[in-house]
Design a protein around this ligand. Structure first.
Ligand code: AMP
Ligand code: TRP
Length: 341
């Protein structure tokens, strides 16, 4: 039997190349080998200050973007269409310890961000308990593998702990302990400042949208920070070291499926004959080439939004059946009542 893969992504705005190469490309590729379910987690997006209208728009935009890059609609769900996630989240909240929750580094980072950015510094309890809901997202489908970035390691550890605690408290083997699947490109850097990761929170020039227009994309790559050609030689290898900016551009090229070009350019670099202007041109071309079909597909999907909405409501209803079954069984095990249908 095929193993179960699950991952989720928050609808917090446009998809960028960091999200695509760090997470979403993997979602697409895994579909040929595993049973896959991918969620757009709108309940999670409520944990930080947000705008109600934008949340709904972002949710559909992310669904359409995921479909445009190749995620199959039947594998997609919207979290708020499956309320069993929050119900299981409550049960798990009673199985995670307060001490464990206070050790979550993402809570510390995000609450600091709220304090810095908003006047009233309101930090919700939802932000604090968010990893418990994440555990419910994963365990409700008995996921074997969860493709995520390195920043999610601690949350996955919590999911495993909750599963294990549940199993031992109720003397059962009910929950599967999920494992992380890391991607080949866990970190894409900002082209404007290659010392930091590509991210929307850093500002406009620090991220390149997957669906951005060709000209803007090309301009952003052409103005990427590289170095002045004065990198030192490595004593051990005798080769010239590579700056973070050049490394990032080469990583992008390889991620676009241009491994051969990547290797040739690395050779040119070590011969000392690589012109950075040429490198940027090749990378920009590769990114435009890779994303053009995505832009076209997105435009088609946007032209019939109604069809997309119906498709995703149907897929969510189908996926919900598994969640409902799990919840019925969990209620049996934990001493809660089930209303017979
Ligand atoms: P976020 O929008 O930060 O919540 O990220 C959504 C997904 O994209 C997560 O799985 C992240 O690990 C991944 N991701 C975000 N930014 C990057 C980046 N610059 N490089 C690689 N992966 C990223
Ligand atoms: N916490 C994840 C993030 O910030 C999103 C997420 C929510 C998730 N539930 C999940 C990821 C379940 C994997 C599995 O990116």
């Amino acid at each position: 039997m095929k193993k179960q893969v699950l991952s989720c992504i928050q609808p917090t705005g446009e998809m960028h190349l960091g999200n695509y190469f760090g997470a979403v490309k993997n979602y697409v590729d895994l579909q040929s080998e595993y049973n896959c379910i991918y969620g757009v987690v709108d309940y999670h997006a409520m944990t930080m200050p947000y705008d109600a209208k934008k949340l709904r728009l972002n949710t559909w935009d992310l669904i359409i973007s995921l479909m445009a890059v190749g995620v199959k609609p039947e594998n997609l769900f919207i979290q708020s269409l499956i309320p069993e996630h929050t119900e299981l989240g409550w049960i798990f909240g009673c199985m995670a310890s307060y001490g464990e929750m206070t050790r979550m580094t993402q809570f510390k980072d995000k609450s600091l961000k709220v304090k810095e950015e908003s006047k009233d510094s309101f930090i919700s309890a939802g932000l604090f308990t968010y990893p418990v809901l994440q555990a419910a997202d994963i365990l409700i489908y008995k996921a074997d593998y969860v493709p995520v970035g390195k920043d999610q390691t601690q949350h996955l550890e919590l999911s495993r702990n909750i599963a294990q605690r549940f199993n031992s408290q109720f003397k059962t083997e009910y929950f599967v302990l999920p494992e992380i699947l890391y991607t080949e490109t866990p970190k894409i850097a900002s082209t404007a400042d290659p010392t930091r990761k590509m991210s929307k929170s850093a500002g406009e020039k620090h991220w390149i949208g997957v669906f951005a227009d060709e000209k803007r994309m090309t301009k952003q790559i052409k103005s990427a920070v590289t170095d002045a050609g004065d990198m030192p030689f490595n004593q051990e290898t005798g080769k010239r070291e590579m700056s973070a900016g050049v490394t990032n551009l080469l990583q992008l090229l390889k991620a676009c499926g241009k491994a051969k070009e990547h290797d040739e350019i690395v050779d040119l670099y070590h011969e000392g004959s690589l012109r950075y202007g040429d490198l940027k041109g090749i990378v920009a071309e590769a990114i435009v080439e890779m994303t053009t079909p995505f832009r076209e597909r997105k435009a088609e999907l946007l032209a019939d939004k109604k069809a997309v909405k119906n498709q995703i409501k149907a897929s969510s209803a189908e996926i919900r059946k598994t969640a409902q079954q799990t919840l019925r069984e969990v209620k049996e095990i934990t001493g809660l009542l089930n209303v017979k249908a």
